[in-house]
Design a protein around this ligand. Structure first.
Ligand code: NAP
Length: 520
């Protein structure tokens, strides 16, 4: 059991009580009373708050956090330990004392005497490092256990990079004793969810982002609804999108909805990997080098900007298998972790783009042979699209703002190129936008002059936010066939799902989730 805990702070008992009621209805297992936040704290106020929170029927942790470890208020050590000791006799299931204070003269005696009188109450001994990871996490856990074997050690540190999470995840996964390990901050967010998979005693969630009591807490509704908290167990297979940024990604909603509807024991997470090749390699190596525990349970990743080329480089150098097409495109957007932790790389953007285009044209891929295509853009998506078009012998001209990039891509794939200003003279049956022009918030922009759009043409915009870009709106108005970026997104995600799970994705659920996210 990993308790999903909502930490309740507030200036007064009324505010705390209403938060506690909301936490219960949101599905919390435990409440943590942050008594240090109560204005004018005294034992009467604390007692009132404990009674009120216990009124929810949920188990209660009481803490009165020391300012030096992230607490509020200037309460003396004596006041704080007095509140914890008294809370043990008032129905708290746990009291949480800073380990650094517990070992101070007199504190241990006071707390152990309170616990001896109230055997239903347990002690959490916590250590917080707001500066970064602990030097010796395991040593600290052992020290706490040696000091007071009945305590539940709670080790909380700040992660400034996702790679800081692995020490905590490793200790938690290897431990069979009751233990709490969490990483704070945006970079540590995944540890708050994965605590359940690795058997952590509890994790914390917030009621809302403004009510969070530590940096990096997810909202409890996200934990429950988006990140499948209730379904997670030690066998849950993990997936995620590696990128920077990843907060805007539709993929967690899409994959988790499919896992849910298809009864698959999987979880898909946003994984922000800051940095370049070195940090990317370090992230993968942290997984691969943990072969004894099967890569922490990760089975595969979607890869997005800026790591598609880093993923290709990594797989080329040390991977197990590289899909030849991904090598031709120069980008890996899907990684699969195999037995022994070795990675294989694929590209599903290509299949997504070709599938979307052929579906709207009502043709098979080979029928694109000798079809004239104007492709606008020469970035990552452009590379996937041109690889597909070149393979079937379409007649492509690449138009790009930076003409040198268009020229280099055209040379690689043996086609024509031009600057964006030459789009006016374009004569093509199909136009594909592979730039970010028209993407939110720049929704009044279109990469193609309106008068170039004609009835009978097919216009494909890879941008999916908004769903109907100005380009597509204008194309529809002249009677052209249109296809949006969401169609490509769904198709590439379906191909990834198959690679990850070996099963077909529920297309209906995927589409509904994508459109639900994009249409609000
Ligand atoms: P990228 O590698 O950064 O390439 C961006 C392209 O857009 C380059 O050709 C760039 O031209 C051009 N560009 C950007 N701003 C421009 C401007 N103001 N004026 C003219 N050209 C401009 O990005 P990417 O990964 O290829 O992604 C491109 C777009 O594809 C994204 O914005 C996204 O909307 C869409 N996308 C869709 C999917 C899907 O599944 N539907 C997946 C990924 C991406 P320069 O070379 O001159 O810089």
């Amino acid at each position: 059991m990993s308790y999903l805990t909502v930490s309740i702070s507030g200036c007064d008992v009324k505010e705390m009580s209403s938060r506690a009621v909301r936490a219960k209805s949101a599905g919390a297992d435990l409440l943590e009373l942050r008594a240090d936040h109560i204005e004018g704290l005294d034992w009467e106020k604390a007692k009132h708050a404990i009674k009120s929170l216990l009124g929810t029927g949920l188990g209660l942790i009481v803490t009165c956090r020391d300012k030096s470890e992230g607490g509020a208020g200037d309460w003396s050590l004596e006041e704080r330990i007095g509140i914890l000791s008294a809370a043990a006799g008032k129905g708290a299931r746990f009291i949480d004392c800073e380990y650094a204070n517990f070992v101070r003269p007199g504190v241990r005696e006071q707390i152990t005497s309170a616990l001896a009188d109230n055997p239903d109450c347990r002690l959490i001994l916590s250590a917080h490092n707001f500066e970064g990871p602990f030097d010796d996490l395991e040593g600290l856990r052992d020290e706490i256990k040696n000091e007071f074997p009945a305590a539940i050690p709670k080790l909380v540190y700040t992660a400034s990079h996702i790679n800081d999470c692995f020490a905590g995840m490793k200790l938690l996964e290897a431990s069979s004793d009751e233990l709490i390990v969490l990483a704070m901050g945006q970079a540590g967010m995944i540890t708050r969810i994965l605590a359940k998979k690795y058997g952590g005693f509890l994790t914390f969630a917030s009621l809302s982002s403004v009510e969070a009591t530590a940096p990096g807490q997810f909202e409890i509704s996200e934990m429950k609804n988006l990140y499948r908290w209730d379904s997670i167990n030690e066998k849950t297979e993990l997936f995620g999108v590696i990128g920077d940024p990843v907060g805007h990604s539709l993929s967690p909603a899409v994959f988790n909805a499919c896992f849910d509807s298809q009864g698959i024991n999987g979880l898909y997470l946003p994984i922000q990997v800051q940095g370049a090749q070195r940090e990317f390699d370090e992230f993968i190596n942290n997984l691969v080098n943990s072969t004894d525990n099967g890569g922490f349970g990760f089975g595969g990743f979607s890869v997005t900007l800026p790591h598609k080329a880093h993923a290709l480089e990594h797989v080329t150098r040390v991977g197990e298998f590289l899909e030849p097409l991904a090598g031709d495109i120069g980008a890996v957007n899907t990684l699969k972790l195999g037995i022994g932790g070795r990675v294989s790389g694929y590209n599903t953007d290509y299949a997504g783009a070709m599938g979307a285009l052929c579906a709207v044209m009502g043709i098979e891929k080979h029928q694109l042979h000798q079809v004239s295509v104007a492709m606008v853009g020469a970035g990552g998506v452009g590379r996937a699209v041109i690889a597909g078009l070149a393979e079937v012998g379409a007649h492509v001209t690449i138009y790009n703002r930076t003409v040198e990039k268009a020229a280099a891509l055209a040379e690689e794939f043996n086609c024509k190129y031009a600057g964006l200003d030459e789009l006016e003279q374009m004569d093509a049956e199909v136009i594909i936008n592979c730039t970010s022009i028209g993407m939110h918030p720049d929704v009044e922009a279109s990469p193609v002059p309106k008068h170039c759009l004609k009835e009978g043409m097919t216009i494909f915009d890879t941008v999916y936010n908004p769903l109907e870009t100005l380009l597509l709106e204008q194309a529809k108005a002249v009677g052209a066939k249109t296809v949006d970026g969401a169609e490509m997104f769904v198709r590439q995600a379906m191909a990834q799902f198959k690679l990850f799970t070996g099963q077909e994705a529920d297309e209906d659920v995927m589409r509904k989730t994508v459109f639900g996210c994009l249409c609000g």
